[in-house]
Structure formats: C-alpha cells, structure tokens
Ligand binder design. Structure first.
Ligand code: NAD
Ligand code: UD1
Length: 333
C-alpha cells in the first residue's frame, strides 16, 4: 500500500514515516519545508534503512499536488500551520494554508479517485472543557483561528462523507505530542522561542534558556498549574498506522489520541529533572491568555475502534526529548 503524506517532513510526520516504512508501507512525502528540513527525511531513511520519494511542494499548488499523488492509495494529511499565537496575528494565512490547502488536497484526491484520508485534528476543537475526561461527543468550539481551521476542516470532511459515503475518513484529535524517536535522530525542532512546554523545558535543561515561565499557579488543579495529556510522538505515530488499518470500510470517524492521564506543569518539570539529571529553574508568571486549566482525553474509543492505546510513560517522553536535545543541541542545524 502506498501512502501520500502531506507535511511528512514535520515533527509528527517524520515519526509516522518511520512507523509506516517499518511496517512495509510505501510512502511519498509532500512538504513545502516551511517548518521543516530535508535533513529530517534523510534521517528517516537512516533509521529505517529505506529510501522513499519526497517532493518539495505546497498543498495549495493543486496541479503539482495532483500529479504527485498518482498511484497512491491513501493520504495522511499533516501539512498545516500550528502556532496559536501566530494564527491570531495572521488569520488569513492560517485559513489559506489550513483550510484552502485542504480543499486543494481533497479536490486532487477526487481527481485521482483516492478516497481514504487520515486528518490531523487537535484537542483544541473542544475549547474549554465542560467535562473531563474529554469524549469525542463533547461539544466542539474553539477560541482562536488555528483551532477554527481544524474545526472547519473537520466539518468539510463530514460534509464530504455525507455527499459521498464511499469515503474513508479518520479524524484524529491529538492531545499534547511530546518526545522523540529513541534513536535521537528525529524529534521536535521548533524555530525561535518554543511556545510549548516540553521543548522549552528541554532548552532550559541544556542551558539555552535561563528559566521556564510557569504560566499560572492558581488554576483549580491539584497543584495550581495547568494539566495536560502528554502523549509520546511514537505512540501517536503508531496510532496513524492503526487508523489506516481501521479504514478498510467507509466511514467518517473522529477519535481522540491521548493517554487519558493529565500531568501538571510542575510534574513535567520534576520528571524532566530526573530524566536529564539537571535542575530546571522556573518562576511563576501570570496565566497565558487563552489557556485552560486542564485537558485530557477519554481514550476508550481509540481502544475499541483502532485497537490502540498509548504505551509510553511520562518518564520515557522526558528521556527521549532529552536524548534528542543533547544529540541535536541546535535542532537539525
Ligand atoms: P510541523 O510544523 O512539524 O509539521 C507540519 C509540516 O507541514 C511541516 O513540515 C511544514 O513544512 C509542512 N507544511 C506546512 N504548510 C504546508 C503547505 N502549505 N504545503 C506543504 N507543506 C506544508 O507540525 P507537527 O507538530 O508535525 O503537526 C502536524 C499536524 O498535526 C499539523 O496539522 C498540526 O496542526 C497538527 N497538530 C499538531 C499538534 C502538536 O502539538 N504538534 C497538536 C495537534 C494537532
Ligand atoms: C497548545 C496550543 C494548542 C495545541 C497544543 C498542542 C495554545 C494556547 N494552545 O496547547 O492549541 O493544540 O499546544 O500542541 O498555545 N506552559 C508553561 N510555560 C511555557 C509553556 C507552557 O507554563 O513556557 C504551560 C501552559 O500554560 C499549559 C502547559 O504548559 O498549562 C502546556 O502548554 P503547551 O505545551 O503550550 O500546550 P497547550 O497549552 O495544551
């Protein structure tokens, strides 16, 4: 089976490429390298001892896109912009890339009669939770343009399926992906100052940043700091394999990919100190605008429909993040 992977050079994409190649799939990666590098794909080849086709192109270039997917059987769609703050400042760029880009992709798929797609959505579509853990039928609403693009694409996919029930569509709602491949060859390589907790902590541990700002210690959580469902990126990548396997029959299904366990910011700091053997300096700062107190998944639907559960612990997530950070102190360079 040949899988067309948009955004396959990115953080989650590269780990999924490894998973697919290790399991005998053929892949074609299509990426404009706006937030990634060819080096990451070379490293996928090193890890798997396999080579594959990669094409430098934008998903909004419908002709190149359509020609590039000839002969593929299914699509995994990672390509998109993902920084919440930036999406507030540049909403048009986000709608164009994430929504218009996906429309181009779906048209190109129709042209090639490829009707199987796995889409990267996010737990951000649940907004501020009304109840926890989050089940897939929790009301959907978002608080920023990035989240809105995910929700709009989900709706487009549901409408597409309603119009043509031959489609096989899996919408995966990721919680907080962290960690890296155990080889330390691929991992998260954020440009500039990291927005997310785990890469920021890793940079403090290695001395690139002086201290972590803990955004708020007065939330209604057990220690007052924000609680999230961190999931190892290799577990997440494995979830994509299971999603493809579950798409043997037509459907349009949304599924949470999380562990079901929430950890606070201070718990992550402590776990990282143990994994790295380094002290993580931090100071308590005001809450970050738009943040919620707690967010974690009900992972049962994934277990039932995908026969998948996250396996890796917070300790492993920290260990593998640290391994990637120490082996690549300046990312892919
Ligand atoms: P990433 O930025 O590392 O990967 C995205 C890839 O898409 C990059 O390689 C980038 O160059 C490429 N890309 C962007 N726009 C493109 C375009 N117009 N044409 C072609 N390629 C394009 O991000 P990631 O963390 O790997 O996330 C992958 C997907 O998962 C994204 O859609 C993201 O919104 C979603 N997601 C990520 C997280 C997270 O925390 N990492 C959480 C929930 C959902
Ligand atoms: C962020 C995004 C969300 C996206 C998710 C996964 C925002 C507002 N939301 O969510 O849309 O789906 O990433 O990639 O950006 N924290 C600190 N100090 C830091 C960084 C974070 O204390 O320097 C805290 C946060 O307040 C939060 C927790 O750490 O409680 C996790 O933050 P982060 O990694 O940014 O993820 P989310 O806020 O869950």
């Amino acid at each position: 089976m040949k899988i067309f992977i948009t955004g396959g050079a990115g953080y989650i994409g590269t780990h999924t490429c490894v998973e697919l190649l290790d399991n005998g799939y053929e892949i074609v990666v299509y990426d404009n390298f706006s937030n990634s590098s060819v080096e990451a794909l070379r490293r996928v080849e090193t890890i798997t001892h396999k080579s594959f086709t990669y094409i430098s192109g934008d998903i909004r270039d419908e002709t190149l896109l359509s020609n590039s997917m000839v002969g593929c059987d299914a699509v995994i769609h990672f390509a998109g912009l993902k920084a919440v703050g930036e999406s507030v400042a540049k909403p048009l760029e986000y709608y164009d890339n994430n929504v218009n880009g996906t429309l181009c992709l779906l048209r190109a798929m129709q042209k090639n009669t490829i009707k199987t797609i796995v889409f990267s959505s996010s737990a951000t579509v649940y907004g501020d939770p009304e109840f926890l853990p989050l089940t897939e039928d929790h009301p959907l609403r978002t608080t920023n343009p990035y989240g809105q693009t995910k929700l709009v694409v989900e709706e487009i996919l549901r409408d597409l399926y309603a119009s043509d029930p031959q489609w096989k569509i899996m919408i995966l709602r990721y919680f907080n992906p962290v960690g890296a491949h155990e080889s330390g060859l691929i991992g998260e390589d954020p440009q500039g100052i990291p927005n997310n907790l785990m890469p920021f902590i890793a940079q403090v541990a290695i001395g690139r940043r002086d201290y972590l700002n803990v955004f708020g210690d007065d939330y209604s959580t057990h220690d007052g700091t924000g609680v999230r469902d961190y999931i190892h990126v290799v577990d997440l990548a494995h979830g994509h394999l299971k999603a493809l396997q579950a798409l043997s029959v037509p459907q349009c299904t949304a599924i949470n990919l999380g562990t079901g366990t929430g950890y606070s910011v201070l718990e992550v700091v402590k776990a990282f100190e143990v994994a790295s053997g380094n002290n993580i300096a931090y100071q308590i700062s005001p809450r970050r605008e738009g943040d919620i107190a707690a967010c974690y998944a009900h992972p049962q639907k994934a277990k039932e429909l995908l026969h998948w559960s996250a396996m890796k612990s917070l300790e492993t997530m920290c260990r593998d993040t640290w391994n990637f950070q120490t082996k690549n102190p300046k990312g892919y360079g």
